[in-house]
Ligand binder design. Structure first.
Ligand SMILES: Cc1ncc(COP(=O)(O)O)c(C=O)c1O
Length: 403
């Protein structure tokens, strides 16, 4: 008899567009653990790419989804549901004063934020946005144009006009790129896909001052680094630099699809009735999940845990990696951690998967760790043990291959 894995893989290969190449079939998750179709347990240090920040099947989120699913799932934005405005209030309570637009993904959140910036800029004849080299903002056409890695755009020309990129963490380059057409600057406070690269706090402060001086909007993409990932609810709070607008997605509903962007109160009336919309945005079911996420952040010491475990992991990782010359260093903030190598991180990620540790890669040569923010010291130690074993194994392999 064919196994569930074989049957699923066959269906996947036959009927699913081959834009991904998954190798493992997971059937259950709890906290920072996943189980595959053969019952094998994995330690999950990817969290669905920083989506399940409260871990898999968090009881409060699961309960909220179950209760809301039995009451009301969706009515469209032509009517109100009572959950979405409560969520917006909660998100703003922990932010600067402002308003929220809800969509379904990171790319959609960024698209909306780009439209917001162009709407304001066009009032004074300016509609160009400067973003950063090495950035990632999504796969829709405008977010691809904003993304600072040309490989993602290849084959999908012509590019949406109105975007240019400058080197990240380089204030002079930004100054030099501003023209009388520029309306906004867009950046990730910590670049995620690009290789876990935090902004220099001084640079971010200088960008804010430059935007104020030149009357430009400062837009942050917090899709990956927001919602607690670097130890504060919003990433900008870690830097003490307020953007005019910022986007969120991934972890906002701990696995249900939601994206959002928040703009300051003074810009609340920029996008009005009919100017922007999304059928599923802020639907009751997903809003209930997102509200439960916020409640868990309030009650369960998630942010403090993220900071503590993050610091511990980064310190211990640096110690463990020190003997290996193919490791260049460890960087990141909170539980957004990159182990920087002198070569592709993919083989190491493969070895760790064999050790039942799920990790990610980023950029050209970075091993990326994005565990749930709820991991314990014991979970961290278990991951460190697996990483130590994985590094040792890889080192032997590389020596044998003379690499
Ligand atoms: C910083 C950032 N922005 C935008 C996106 C796109 O999000 P989505 O895949 O939900 O459209 C991602 C996804 O990885 C991201 O990391």
């Amino acid at each position: 008899m064919e196994s569930l894995y074989d049957v699923t893989l066959e269906r996947y290969r036959k009927y699913v567009m081959p834009t991904y190449a998954p190798k493992i079939l997971f059937v259950r998750g709890q906290g920072c653990r996943l189980w595959d179709a053969d019952g094998l347990e994995y330690l999950d240090f990817a969290a669905g790419i920083s989506v399940c920040n409260l871990g898999h099947c968090h009881p409060g989120v699961t309960r909220a989804i179950q209760e809301q699913a039995a009451k009301l799932v969706h009515v469209s934005n032509l009517y109100m549901n009572e959950v979405m405005p409560r969520l917006a209030e909660k998100l703003i309570f922990n932010c600067f004063d402002g308003v929220v637009f809800f969509g379904n993904s990171g790319a959609e959140a960024n698209e909306g934020m780009i439209k917001f910036a162009r709407k304001i800029g066009n009032e004074t004849g300016r509609n160009e946005i400067i973003s950063m080299e090495n950035s990632f903002h999504g796969r829709t056409l405008a977010t691809l144009a904003a993304t600072g890695r040309a490989k993602y755009r290849k084959g999908f020309e012509p590019d949406v006009p109105g975007f240019k990129q400058v080197p990240f963490n380089d204030i002079e380059a930004l100054k030099g790129a501003i023209t009388d057409k520029t309306c906004a600057v867009l950046l990730e406070p910590v670049q995620g896909e690009g290789g876990i690269l935090p902004a220099d706090p001084e640079y971010l402060r200088a960008v804010r001052a430059l935007c104020d001086e030149k009357k430009l909007l400062l837009l942050f993409d917090e899709v990956q680094c927001g919602m607690g990932r670097i130890g504060t609810r919003y990433a900008w709070q870690s830097f003490g630099v307020e953007p005019d607008a910022f986007s969120l997605a991934k972890a906002i509903a701990n696995g249900l699809p939601m994206g959002a962007f928040i703009v300051k109160r003074k810009y609340a009336d920029t996008l009005t009735v009919g100017m922007h919309a999304s059928t599923f945005g802020g639907t009751a079911l997903v809003s209930a999940a997102a509200l439960a996420v916020q409640e868990a952040f309030d009650r369960e010491g998630v942010l403090q845990n993220c900071r503590t475990q993050g610091e511990y992991l980064r310190k211990r990782l640096a110690e463990i990696a020190a003997p290996y010359k193919f490791v260049r260093g460890v960087r990141g903030m909170g539980l957004m951690i990159g182990v920087v190598l002198d070569r592709s991180a993919a083989p190491l990620a493969g070895i760790l998967l064999k050790h039942q540790l799920v990790v990610l890669t980023a950029g050209e040569n970075v091993l990326r760790l994005l565990p749930p923010l709820t991991i314990t010291r014991k979970d961290a130690d278990e991951a460190l043990e697996k990483i130590a074993a994985g590094l040792a194994e890889w080192s032997v392999q590389l020596n044998e291959e003379g690499k």
